[in-house]
Each structure stands twice: as structure tokens, then as C-alpha cells.
Design a protein around this ligand. Structure first.
Ligand code: PMP
Length: 301
């Protein structure tokens, strides 16, 4: 982590090595917190966040769901994100605002703390040579809405993703897909999932337990603007097995083609045309190479 220099913690920038918290923090041992992962991209007008405000709105929604009052306003966190990226001299990076519970005598009386970390690390998914990933539907289900709110991006909830992904990796696959308790396919471990058949693009609805992904929303918007029919509806395993194309979306990796699901080859085993077209458009937009959706790019300043 040579080039990272500073982290924003509770209102000020502190040197990277000194951004420490006490091990008794409830954010650590109960995993109580909310976070976002936001990317910045190099554009002709300088580095820009992709949909910063939408990410910070989701952070506020996650906190609201858990009755947590954010210690800083959305505009304070916006400013903190910009300050942190600039202080680290980064152009293309991953920015993580995290609100977590500090220490104290009782978790319901502890203070919320806030940090913003900017890192130059790449995505969790590195595309194999075949240009897409092999996926496995995990035997671990995505958390049910009456146990944990799946629409919230809460730190402890990622234990569910961890179980599914370690299961997939241990069985020789690249990525896990998760069902809900009704047997509907809802999400990848850190991705949303899309299928394409006969030119129709479908993704599970948020009400099924999918995270309301910012990349998911971006892809739905772009696909509709391209004149493609899109639907948010429940999907079952065979919708994936028999799709012409399947792809994953997420901040960390953008659009990721899926070339097999449970050892069933998808299409001809190569990234499909709709996936490639949308991935190219996505790349052009985040890098500001086209004029489309300038409102999604927020200059780092
Ligand atoms: N589903 C889950 C479970 C995730 O953790 C993520 C990553 N935030 C996504 C979907 C993709 O969401 P986004 O496009 O906002 O990164």
C-alpha cells in the first residue's frame, strides 16, 4: 500500500499508519456498521467519482434502516471523499466510506464513527483468460429479509457473502451466486446478476433480496436507452442455465461476463454481444469518453 498516505477518520485526515481503532469497537466484534464502495476514474476533465451521490444516498438508507443517525451529513461525506482521494494523489481508485459503531459499555449507547479510505486496489474478480467467470449456485442462501435487510449494505451482512464465496472458491469456481429462501436466484456474493435471452434483459427485483446496486441501475438505464426490453423479475436456476448470456455487475469489477453456471455452459461459452455492448458503453461513460450521463460523473476537484 505504498502510495496511500492519508485516511479520513471522524472529521480529519490522519496519516495512513495512524488510522487505528480500539479492538473493543462494536464495529469489530459485532460487525455493526454500514459502508459503500465507490470508484473514481480518469476522465478528460480529471478524475471523477462514478455516481457518488447515489452511493452516499444508499449509505444513508442503510443507516436509516438500522435506526443509526449518521454523525456526518451527506455533503460532509462528499467533501471527505474528495479530500481523501486528493490527499492520496490518486486518479483511479476505490473509495470506502464506512460508518461503524465505536466502543463503550453498551452497543446501543456507543458512538457512531466514520472513516473514508481511498485505495488504488483493483477488483476482487480478475477475469480468467476465457473472458468470463465460472459460477456456482451456493448452498448458502442469501439472508432473508426478516433476518437481515438485504437492501442495506451493512458490514456484518457480508459474512453471508463470505460463506457463499468461500464455498464456490473451494469447489474450484470463480464466483458464487445465491438463491433466496424461495429458490429464486437473487445476487452474486458482491454482484447483481443479469440474464439475456432473445434480446430481453432480466434481473431479479430488489424485493427478492438483491442489493439495489448502483451498477445494476446504470445497466438497466443504459439497456433501456438502447431500446432493449428489460424486466426486473424473479429468476430460477434454469433461467440462468438456458440464457443466451449471463453477466454480473458491481462497483468493483463493472460488468463481468459469466461463461458457466453449475457447469452448464452459457451460450457459446464466450462473452455475449449484449454483455459486450453494455460493458463498452459502461467503460466509455465512467471514463467520460462519451457525453452520455455527465450527471453520473462527479469531479474529484
Ligand atoms: N450485490 C451485493 C451483495 C453486493 O455486495 C454488491 C456490491 N456493492 C452488489 C450487488 C453490486 O452493487 P454496486 O453496483 O452498487 O456495487
Amino acid at each position: 500500500m505504498a502510495e496511500e498516505k492519508a485516511i479520513w477518520l471522524d472529521g480529519e485526515l490522519v496519516p495512513w499508519a495512524e488510522a487505528n481503532i480500539h479492538v473493543t469497537s462494536y464495529g469489530l466484534y459485532f460487525g455493526i456498521g454500514f459502508f459503500e464502495a465507490i470508484r473514481t476514474f480518469d476522465t478528460p476533465d480529471g478524475p471523477a467519482f462514478f455516481r457518488l451521490d447515489d452511493h452516499l444516498r444508499r449509505l444513508a438508507d442503510s443507516a436509516h434502516t438500522y435506526l443509526a443517525k449518521l454523525p456526518y451529513s451527506r455533503s460532509d461525506i462528499t467533501a471527505a471523499c474528495k479530500k481523501t482521494v486528493k490527499a492520496n494523489g490518486l486518479t483511479e481508485c476505490l473509495v470506502r466510506p464506512i460508518v461503524f459503531l465505536g466502543d463503550g459499555d453498551h452497543p446501543l449507547a456507543a458512538k457512531w464513527r466514520t472513516t473514508v479510505i481511498a485505495m488504488s486496489r483493483g477488483p476482487y474478480v480478475s477475469l480468467p483468460d476465457e473472458g468470463g467467470v465460472h459460477t456456482k449456485i451456493s448452498s448458502f442462501h442469501r439472508m432473508s429479509a426478516n433476518s437481515f435487510p438485504p437492501a442495506a449494505k451493512a458490514t456484518g451482512q457480508y459474512l453471508n457473502a463470505y460463506l457463499a464465496q468461500s464455498d464456490a472458491l473451494g469447489s474450484g469456481y470463480d464466483d458464487a451466486l445465491l438463491l433466496n429462501e424461495h429458490g429464486h436466484v437473487v445476487d452474486g456474493w458482491v454482484h447483481n446478476v443479469f440474464v439475456v435471452r432473445d434480446g430481453v434483459v432480466r434481473t431479479p427485483p430488489v424485493s427478492s433480496g438483491a442489493l439495489p446496486g448502483i451498477t445494476r441501475d446504470t445497466v438497466l438505464t443504459l439497456a433501456r436507452e438502447q431500446g432493449l426490453t428489460c424486466a426486473e423479475e424473479n429468476l430460477v436456476r434454469t433461467d440462468l442455465y438456458n440464457a443466451d448470456e449471463v453477466f454480473l455487475t458491481g462497483t468493483s469489477a463493472g460488468l463481468v461476463p459469466v461463461i458457466s453456471v453449475d457447469r452448464r455452459t452459457i451460450g457459446d461459452g464466450k462473452p455475449g454481444e449484449v454483455t459486450r455492448t453494455l460493458a463498452d458503453m459502461f467503460g466509455d461513460i465512467v471514463h467520460g469518453r462519451v457525453d452520455l450521463h455527465p450527471e453520473w460523473r462527479e469531479p474529484v476537484g
